[in-house]
Design a protein around this ligand. Structure first.
Ligand code: GLP
Length: 244
């Protein structure tokens, strides 16, 4: 696991964006795994700026997002589809046909999960997966559990995740209680993983994820077993890391 400690959120975002931009220059038809949440917004802004300046293009890129809420219209401002359109897809030259998010409104959710997993495989797998980090160690929406879920699946969100995400909704009651998420196995199959974390509120879970025991009650700890992971944190999120 490579660890980069950036000065602040801006430096963290630029460092993460540089990894994606380098990949796109070397492989313009790369398959990107993308994430939502407040953490990656700066990275997306940097990539939009790179695309505007002609340094990178998304024309041949394929994307798969980690997760999507269930039973929330994609037009809702809190849907992850809306987030991605607003923060990246509408601002770059990506082909909308190459964009994939799980369909949280699919009538048959189990079939949707299998179809999503299959679509990733047919695209040749994910070259680079971007991750944020939940306060309880979740990645995508893989919540602390008694085992590591392997493939894309429907998940019941934990009260702590519902509480954390309530800030985006009018009230906690409006936060969807379920989501479809890539599994831990899906994420671990990505050829490279970049995890971003920012702010002192993430310091404890960053330390437990990167240096604590690997266990499903801290889902991100599984990343210690992946051969090509870069963790980029700002100084605040690095505060609880062992000094050495
Ligand atoms: C949500 C997303 C995760 C994200 C997490 C952290 O739960 N499903 O993919 O990593 O939020 O969000 P933030 O970056 O806002 O702290």
């Amino acid at each position: 696991m490579d660890l980069i400690i950036a000065k602040d959120y801006e430096e963290m975002s630029r460092a993460g964006a540089d990894i994606f931009a380098d990949l796109l220059r070397n492989d313009p038809s790369a398959v990107l795994g993308l994430a939502t949440g407040s953490t990656p917004i700066g990275l997306y802004q940097s990539l939009v700026a790179d695309c505007d300046a002609g340094r990178i293009s998304f024309a041949d890129v394929t994307t798969f997002n980690l997760d999507e809420y269930c039973q929330l219209p994609v037009t809702d401002v809190n849907s992850y589809r809306y987030f991605m359109d607003h923060n990246l897809f509408d601002k770059v030259d990506i082909d909308p046909a190459h964009v994939h998010l799980p369909n949280g409104n699919a009538p048959d959710r189990e079939a949707e999960c299998l179809q999503y997993e299959d679509a990733i495989a047919r695209a040749g797998g994910i070259d680079i997966q971007l991750l944020g980090l939940g306060h309880n160690g979740h990645i995508g929406f893989n919540e602390p559990a008694s085992d590591f879920p392997v493939i894309t699946h429907v998940v019941d969100l934990t009260p702590s995740t519902i509480d954390a995400n309530a800030r985006f909704f009018d009230s906690e009651d409006d936060v969807p209680k379920q989501a479809i998420t890539m599994g831990i196995g899906t994420i671990m199959k990505a050829r490279r993983i970049v995890l971003l974390a920012s702010g002192e509120g993430k310091a404890d879970i960053v330390a437990r994820s990167a240096f604590g025991p690997v266990m499903p009650s801290v889902p991100a700890s599984v990343l210690q077993l992946h051969p090509n992971v870069t963790v980029i944190v700002d100084e605040a999120a690095a505060a609880a890391l062992p000094r050495a």
